[in-house]
Design a protein around this ligand. Structure first.
Ligand SMILES: [Zn+2]
Length: 113
């Protein structure tokens, strides 16, 4: 289950930031999950609670947003929203889409004490 290792990377980032910004507790973590990232939000939530236990973010709330993915159409050169990896261009119908965002998990915001 790779959500578990994602949560461990989130914890690493939290620890680094805590050292840099001198906070000791994390209250809320906001993440963006790209719709093409294959991350299961429920599994992420579950992994988060397990991984954060005993850490500076124990009991922290995890807020998950799912912004739409974007792709660049290589036929009409427009940036278009996509829901699936193999969608075709809504503007011109071409299949030559290059996904530019939506594959990543981003740590967007922290609320700390
Ligand atoms: Zn197009």
């Amino acid at each position: 289950m790779h959500e578990m290792s994602l949560c461990e990377s989130i914890l690493d980032i939290l620890k680094e930031q805590a050292e840099r910004d001198q906070f000791s507790r994390v209250k809320r973590v906001r993440v963006d999950i790209g719709p093409l990232s294959c991350v299961d939000p429920e599994a992420l939530q579950f992994g988060f609670d397990v991984v954060m236990k005993g850490s500076l973010a124990e009991g922290a709330a995890l807020e998950i947003s799912r912004p739409p993915a974007e792709a660049l159409c290589l036929s009409c050169f427009k940036t278009v929203p996509v829901r699936e990896r193999f969608d075709s261009c809504p503007e011109c119908g071409s299949d030559a889409l290059q996904v530019t965002s939506g594959e990543e998990l981003k740590l967007r915001e922290l609320e700390v004490v």
